[in-house]
Design a protein around this ligand. Structure first.
Ligand code: PGA
Length: 251
């Protein structure tokens, strides 16, 4: 089902006390808000406490990464069954910070995506181009390559149980947002590309925009026909900002 979704990506931020404050403000602010889904993707150590704080709310939770391996001698890794133990709904896969800072290649991203889906988690698959790619006019080619790597491993039908997040790398954490039209163009490219293989899956696919989404630019982004919500970094750590972004989507 094509759903509207705002997902917070806390990255490596937070502590027990701050998380508690943030989540109680957010759950109060989102109480009774309809027409969209809301989630937070938090650092692993906080999954248990976040689960406790959110289990009686309509807000879902998830992780920001997961191992492509089911279990074994993989020091420092976290498996899908561990995320499942804490009733995660979502897991972010292939965020550009994982790809660029931690060397995750397209094949590893595709393996993680498949492993997450097999365990019943909904992957939020991130794709996006650098500024150099955009200036060289190869944005679509880069997005296509990133998607094809996943389709080759998981099949086109896997997108019936996934969310895609288009996150131009030049817009992440920089305060530079893609214009609504720039974002829409790439979202339409993604949806049309998938439609050539399966029109129904394309129609039902939730595609989020991410990259410096704030309370003051969310509404114009969310008004675009192929933008179904947002993956929110910095602004998801500020209760009033996050609540306003969620309200912009649910209206
Ligand atoms: P940002 O991050 O909202 O801080 O730009 C978005 C993301 O990296 O998911």
């Amino acid at each position: 089902m094509r759903e509207k979704l705002v997902a917070g990506n806390w990255k490596m931020h937070g502590n027990l006390a701050e998380n508690k404050q943030l989540l109680s403000a957010i759950s109060a602010g989102l109480n009774g808000l309809n027409g969209a889904k809301f989630a937070v993707c938090v650092p692993y150590p906080y999954l248990s406490s976040v689960q406790n704080m959110l289990q009686d709310t309509d807000i879902s939770w998830g992780a920001q990464n997961v191992s492509q391996y089911e279990k074994g001698a993989y020091t420092g890794e976290v498996s899908v069954s561990m995320l499942d133990d804490f009733e995660c709904t979502y897991v972010i896969i292939g965020h550009s910070e994982r790809r660029t800072l931690f060397g995750e290649d397209s094949y590893a991203v595709a393996e993680k995506y498949v492993t997450a889906q097999r365990a019943g988690l909904t992957p939020i698959l991130c794709v996006g181009e650098t500024l150099e790619h955009r200036e060289a006019g190869i944005t679509e080619q880069i997005i296509q390559e990133q998607l094809t790597a996943v389709v080759n491993v998981a099949g086109i039908e896997s997108f019936s149980k996934a969310v895609i997040a288009y996150e131009p790398i030049w817009a992440i954490g920089t305060g530079k947002t893609a214009s609504p039209q720039q974002a829409q163009d790439v979202h339409a490219f993604i949806r049309n590309g998938i439609a050539t293989q399966d029109i129904n899956i394309a129609k039902e696919l939730t595609i989020l925009y991410g990259g410096s989404v704030k309370a003051n630019n969310a509404a114009e982004l969310f008004a675009m026909p192929d933008i179904d919500g947002g993956l929110i970094g910095g602004a998801s750590l500020v209760a009033n900002e996050f609540i306003a972004i969620c309200r912009a989507l649910s209206n």
